[in-house]
Design a protein around this ligand. Structure first.
Ligand code: DGP
Length: 113
């Protein structure tokens, strides 16, 4: 399968990995949009939110406990941070292996555009 993020999981493409668990990894976004911008991905290939199976509930939950731990390690937990998962083209998804953006270290507006 030709998936960029599967290759990062496999160690075939380098990444600045800041978090690892049995089910997920976190690494710095190559095109950071905030002082902290980490992508949390499952080790398992799931293309989009639409492809998450009922059996993946704990796995997807583990992306959020990863985000919690990354935010604490980055020192942004108390001031606040944003988690975003884009689904398909209109939302801006460009890599089709689900990933939770963890963004912080600057104020953020709402709504997002
Ligand atoms: P999205 O647009 O939601 O699919 O986010 C994809 C993100 O992935 C985007 O912010 C840039 C990041 N990205 C793309 N290729 C690479 C890569 O090779 N390494 C890293 N670290 N990040 C990447």
């Amino acid at each position: 399968m030709d998936c960029l993020f599967c290759k990062i999981v496999a160690g075939e493409i380098p990444a600045d990995i800041v978090y690892e668990s049995e089910t997920a990894i976190g690494f710095r976004d190559i095109n950071a949009q905030a002082p902290t911008h980490v992508l949390v991905i499952p080790r398992k290939h799931i293309a989009t939110i639409n492809d998450i199976g009922d059996e993946d509930q704990a796995l997807v939950g583990s992306l959020y406990t990863a985000a919690r731990d990354i935010a604490a390690a980055e020192g942004i937990a108390d001031e606040g941070y944003r988690t975003v998962m884009n689904c398909n083209e209109s939302a801006g998804q460009s890599v089709f292996h689900i990933h939770l953006h963890v963004l912080g270290g600057r104020p953020m507006g709402w709504p997002p555009f």
